[in-house]
Design a protein around this ligand. Structure first.
Ligand code: ATP
Ligand code: MG
Length: 318
């Protein structure tokens, strides 16, 4: 049997960053970028770099921002055949600035960009037919059209006997959009792996403790829950119990994309049949490499980089 094929769908964009903390977007100032970005794009880039057969359903404009992303994903080994190029819509963008307190503020152009035109094309269907696993990124569910593509992906892969993972990765205000909470609840009930970060664990539960929330989710049909905890590491839960692992001690240069890289590290190991502890280890390594590098997708490590990182960690803890 060959290696499993991992597919995701969602937004591709470029990120352009203010270079000075406290900088305003109401006056001219220095910027750096464009960097390839978009949560599902970061996820699939990380998977490709780990050597996982994978592809993405997405849409970009016929412009340099689109080409930048396409070239990057292709170089990482991602199947880009289902990334549609639109002549009449620009590639998505995100301008980000950093406040003194470490928080970030964005100017987004996503729903009105090519990413808002995502549809299930002939190429997308062909990719899904080869898929063994479908990953859903909550940030991608910004319009009913994208929800429809994601739902079709889940159903197709499930029909083929495959598996589904779901990272809610959602801004609270998105949940209040009409029909969104229902759509997300349905996706939750179809997923094998649920990968919330911190308080996202409680988005769909009555329970307000980790243990009780996990029990509630497992009872609803989720097979395993992986809770991301930033610098505190992560915990894996299934019906057999819990495995927790601290994060690796690294300097945090830029947290953007850590959760997406962590998710890809976990899902790829899990698809390869790794035990939870081993999958958490690879996921923590991918997250640590991501936070150590500036730029949303710049910290995705290759399989070789992850191996070297883990080997170095073993040296220091021995
Ligand atoms: P994102 O901002 O990408 O949405 P997230 O909130 O989904 O991130 P986090 O919990 O912040 O995800 O980070 C995911 C994983 O990355 C953590 O579980 C951990 O393995 C690793 N990680 C994050 N921050 C650090 C850190 N400061 N040091 C070491 N590892 C980290
Ligand atoms: Mg996240």
């Amino acid at each position: 049997t060959g290696r499993k094929v991992l597919v995701t769908a969602g937004e591709i964009l470029v990120e352009i960053m203010a270079t000075q903390v406290g900088q305003s977007f109401r006056a001219p100032g220095p910027l750096v970028g464009p960097f390839p970005s978009g949560a599902p794009a970061i996820f699939i880039d990380q998977a490709g770099r780990l050597g996982q057969p994978c592809g993405m359903i997405a849409a970009i404009g016929a412009d340099d921002f689109g080409t930048l992303n396409l070239d990057r994903l292709r170089a990482s080994g991602v199947d880009v055949s289902a990334i549609a190029v639109h002549g009449d819509a620009p590639t998505g963008t995100a301008f980000v600035r950093y406040a003194e307190d470490g928080s970030r503020a964005f100017v987004f152009n996503i729903p009105l960009s090519a990413s808002g035109r995502i549809a299930l094309t002939k190429e997308g269907r062909a990719l899904l037919e080869r898929a063994d696993h479908f990953h859903v990124m909550g940030s991608s569910l910004f319009s009913p059209a994208v929800v429809a593509v994601v739902t079709a992906g889940i159903e197709q892969v499930k029909q083929q006997g495959g598996t589904v993972s779901f990272d809610p990765n959602i801004r609270a205000e998105m949940l209040e959009a009409p029909g969104m909470r229902e759509a997300l609840s349905q996706i939750l009930e179809r997923c094998d792996l649920f990968l919330p970060s911190g308080p996202e664990l409680f988005l769909f539960t009555q329970a307000q403790t980790e243990e009780a929330a996990v029990a509630e989710l497992l009872a609803r049909g989720v097979r395993a829950v992986v809770v991301k905890k930033g610098a505190d590491g992560a915990s894996y839960h299934d019906c057999e119990g819990t495995v927790s692992m601290p994060a690796f001690a690294v300097e945090e240069v830029d947290p953007t994309g850590a959760g997406d890289c962590f998710g890809a590290g976990f899902v790829c190991a899990w698809l390869g049949g790794a035990a939870p502890r081993e999958a958490l280890r690879q996921a923590n390594a991918c997250g640590a490499l991501a936070v150590g590098t500036k730029g949303p997708m710049e910290g995705t490590g290759t399989a070789e980089a992850v191996r070297r990182f883990l080997a170095a960690q073993q040296e220091t803890t021995r």
